[in-house]
Design a binder for this molecule. Structure first.
Ligand code: PMT
Length: 234
């Protein structure tokens, strides 16, 4: 049986991908299915938490019972909903794949093929939602006791492996826990299984052997449970 150890905790999760509109019919997006974020929401609700998921694009992620779902499109919309709701959360988990960039403007009408070949798409930087949440906590706009969890989707390259990139991102983001996933080559995005590491601000690094996203969710929640301060314990 699942432990009922998250009773009374308010857990806010982002899941899925964002869509950055180019024109009324096109967008820039990614392959996130929302399965990992939904698995976390489902497991947290089964363990007694009050769960809200801010969902971008999701596919075949199921319908988690007893979870509040707030649908969003773009990264900016996700930022608005997450920032607003984080003030009422004990735990915030950024499992969504948020676009780092968006088109500078959305065309009012469908972009035509034109005679000159493809027109360049000018991009601008999206808000970093996770960094913004950590900053809000530092500045007292959300409670100091709120546990903030990030994900990192990494591929190895000539400058380092998945874990090296994850460690560097953990330092930059300043969250309490970072789930590092190996992605690329058909891994993590849209799949049923996931694998990686859990990095905690105490310096511990725990390998997460390959397993279902449900199993991954329960390991992540076990770790989160240890980070929730005593006064919110039930
Ligand atoms: O949805 P699935 O198909 O189940 O796949 C799950 C997953 C691979 C998408 C998920 O496990 C995952 O790794 N999510 C984070 C993907 C990602 O965008 O990683 P990142 O390294 O680009 O971002 C690092 C962290 O910052 C993430 O917590 C992300 O939500 C957050 N971020 C990123 C950019 C941005 N502008 N704002 C953010 O808050």
């Amino acid at each position: 049986a699942l432990p009922y150890d998250l009773a009374g905790l308010r857990v806010l999760i982002s899941a899925g991908g964002t869509r950055e509109p180019l024109d009324p019919v096109r967008f820039l997006g990614n392959h996130s299915s929302g399965k990992q974020g939904y698995a976390l929401g489902r497991a947290a609700a089964q363990r007694g938490a009050e769960v809200t998921i801010v969902a971008g694009t999701v596919s075949a992620a199921g319908d988690p019972a007893g979870v509040d779902i707030v649908g969003v499109g773009s990264a900016e919309q996700m930022a608005t909903e997450m920032t607003k709701r984080a003030a009422d959360a004990d735990v915030v988990i950024m499992a969504a794949a948020v676009a780092d960039f968006r088109p500078v403007s959305m065309a009012d009408a469908k972009i035509k093929k034109g005679d000159q070949g493809p027109a360049p798409i000018e991009l601008t930087t999206n808000p970093d939602i996770l960094r913004g949440l950590v900053e809000a906590r530092t500045e007292g706009r959300i409670a100091a006791s709120t546990v903030i969890v990030g994900f990192a989707a990494e591929t190895g390259d000539e400058t380092g492996g998945v874990l090296d990139h994850g460690r560097a991102k953990f330092k930059r983001k300043g969250c309490d826990l970072l789930v590092v996933n190996a992605v690329g080559n058909g891994k993590a995005f849209g799949t049923e299984d996931n694998t990686g590491w859990l990095l905690s601000s105490g310096g511990e690094e725990t390998a997460l052997p390959p397993g279902s996203k449900t199993l991954m969710a329960s390991r992540i929640l076990d770790e989160i449970r240890t980070l929730v301060p005593d006064e919110t314990e039930n």
